[in-house]
Design a protein around this ligand. Structure first.
Ligand code: GAR
Length: 211
């Protein structure tokens, strides 16, 4: 299947960054394929040769750029290479989907308000890479999912969408993770659709959804 299949009305070029399994990437592929996100899924950037996202990109015909941190002497050079790929594919929007690295100022400034991230907790609670486990271990009764713009600080930029879920007594870390992923796979495509349709207006820390 060629990347041509993923063109909507031929406007925005999206790059997804993923380090892991890629279930969110898969949900995004489906939404683009269905036409609910009218954009071109032009590039997958990964830093991990074992990422599940790689197989998903191959099956969907999405171009892959493998950029490994250990191939560069510093973070600046690593990110310059990423930016080179973004320019080559004329990327308009970056979607972080389980990309487990903090982006530097070079990228966040160049793509200000053009980078989205999904986080498996209700920010600003439980920042970091273990948010589902952290919320569970803390004994929270409520947690959820946040989609936000990315700035130079970790899990910090203006919030686009959030959805909560109740942590029930019968939940385990694994049942909670399943519930969180189900929410993510709906919430992220929805946030991307709003962005692509020009319906998000950033006013300081507040993101207003325009109808
Ligand atoms: C998702 O749960 C995402 O929210 C989380 O990584 C997972 C990736 O899963 N991201 C973070 O924790 C970012 N701080 P996936 O590879 O199956 O999409």
């Amino acid at each position: 299947m060629s990347n041509e299949n993923y063109k909507g009305e031929g406007v925005m070029n999206i790059a997804v960054f993923a380090s892991g399994k890629g279930s969110n990437f898969s949900a995004i592929i489906k939404a683009v394929k269905k036409g609910s996100i009218k954009a071109s899924l032009s590039l997958l950037i990964t830093d991990n040769p074992k990422a599940g996202a790689l197989g998903r990109a191959k099956r969907a015909g999405v171009k892959i750029a493998m950029v490994k941190r250990e191939d560069f002497s510093d973070k600046k050079e690593f990110e310059e290479k990423i930016m080179w790929h973004l320019k080559e594919s004329k990327i308009d929007l970056i979607v972080l989907a389980g990309f487990m690295r903090l982006l530097g100022q070079g990228l966040t400034q160049q793509y200000k308000n053009r980078i989205l991230n999904i986080h498996p907790a209700l920010l600003p609670a439980f920042k970091g890479t273990q948010a589902i486990k952290d919320a569970f271990d803390y004994g929270s009764k409520v947690t959820g999912v946040t989609v936000h713009f990315v700035d130079e600080k970790m899990d910090h930029g203006p919030i686009i969408l959030q959805k909560h879920i109740v942590i029930e007594d019968k939940d385990t870390p694994s049942s909670l993770e399943d519930k969180i992923h189900k929410i993510e796979h709906k919430l992220y495509p929805e946030a991307i659709r709003l962005y692509v349709e020009g319906k998000l207006e950033v006013q300081g820390r507040r993101v207003v959804i325009i109808n």
